[in-house]
Design a protein around this ligand. Structure first.
Ligand SMILES: [Zn+2]
Length: 350
């Protein structure tokens, strides 16, 4: 069965791969840049084209250029508090019950604010949003490929200090084609020994071997994207046997040119062949999407049925970086509400 209408918005959802900076609202960018720079227009509506990629964007360079426009204005704890809060508000509006929000503190610190200052802003925004909207937020700190060792140290130390106090894990982000995961082995090993969860961006723009490094060297529990695993049959089987969850972000992959088109996206093939796939947004502000859009795209353009999407939503629950008790509660809540909606749909059919 395919469900593409408004009711899709009501289904309880989980998003595991969502960048706070890339999820900013255009109106907010307008507000925070106003008065600090010469804006190319005098209203948020006209600013949209500087923030959103066009729907036919197929280039990583074009995709990243959108970030360059507003990124310098995000180096402020109050701004990050606002963006995190608003992101959670947007998530709650489409019934996302739990999401993991990530950002790179090393790229957002400044002469004025430390990595920790920025994180505190994010955590304040997340806490406020949870109390106002009921949506639960787990924060993931991105260590960045191509930055200095001291930055990795600082980010991982922060994760250690705030683990269980809003932070759930660390991620490795940045250019995988230029920077191997190998130098991060030791520091990720340290985080792992403290129980901090690990996800790694790999196999998005680069090859299957990048995913292998993430799994074998960094012991990633999940892979961000991982779409290149099909380049190597033996490794593909291994990922399947390990039941390693992939954080798939379909529209983002199309916009960055990681895949050529929606039709060529491997989500359906991976799912059918037994890979543990999940559906996520990545950068909802830049791609101008939400998770409901991605659930719709999965059915409309990737050849999946609603039941498959719901199954992947349960994969997301299972792969969430939550303590076991909270995970069980989330799964039960989502299953119950989903059953309720499905029977509503069945009833309306008759
Ligand atoms: Zn990402």
């Amino acid at each position: 069965m395919k469900i593409l209408g408004e009711i899709l918005r009501k289904f309880p959802k989980v998003d595991l791969h969502c960048h706070i900076d890339g999820s900013i609202r255009v109106e907010t960018i307008f507000d925070i840049m106003k008065g600090k720079t010469d804006l190319p227009c005098d209203n948020p509506k006209d600013l949209a084209k500087y923030v959103h990629v066009s729907s036919d964007c197929r280039s990583l360079t074009d995709f990243l250029s959108k970030f360059e426009f507003f990124y310098p204005y995000l180096k402020d704890p109050a701004v990050m508090e606002r963006i995190t809060y608003e992101l959670a508000e947007d998530a709650a509006k489409e019934n996302i019950r739990y999401f993991e929000a990530r950002f790179a503190p090393c790229l957002q610190k400044s002469g004025q604010y430390s990595q920790e200052d920025i994180l505190k802003g994010v955590l304040r925004g997340a806490e406020r949003a949870t109390s106002h909207f009921g949506v639960k937020v787990g924060v993931i700190l991105c260590v960045y490929r191509g930055t200095a060792l001291e930055e990795w140290e600082e980010t991982v130390s922060l994760a250690e200090r705030y683990f269980g106090k809003g932070v759930v894990g660390i991620d490795l982000a940045g250019d995988e084609s230029k920077y191997s995961a190998r130098p991060f082995k030791q520091i990720f090993g340290r985080a792992r020994s403290r129980g901090i969860h690990i996800t790694v961006h790999a196999g998005e723009a680069w090859n299957w071997n990048s995913v292998r490094e993430a799994v074998d060297l960094l012991h990633a529990e999940r892979i961000g994207h991982g779409i290149k695993i099909s380049e190597n049959d033996v490794f593909f089987e291994r990922i399947k046997q390990l039941q390693k969850p992939l954080e798939i972000c379909v529209t983002s992959n199309v916009h960055t040119g990681a895949v050529r088109s929606y039709d060529e996206h491997p989500l359906r093939e991976f799912y059918r062949r037994g890979i543990r796939t999940t559906i996520n947004t990545d950068d909802r502000g830049v791609s101008n999407i939400d998770l409901t859009h991605e659930w719709r795209i999965a059915q409309e353009k990737c050849g999946l049925e609603l039941e498959d999407v719901l199954d992947m939503n349960m994969n997301s629950c299972e792969a969430a970086f939550l303590p076991p008790g909270e995970k069980t509660a989330l799964k039960e809540e989502i299953q119950k509400e989903t059953r309720g909606l499905m029977s509503e749909i069945e009833k309306n059919k008759k």
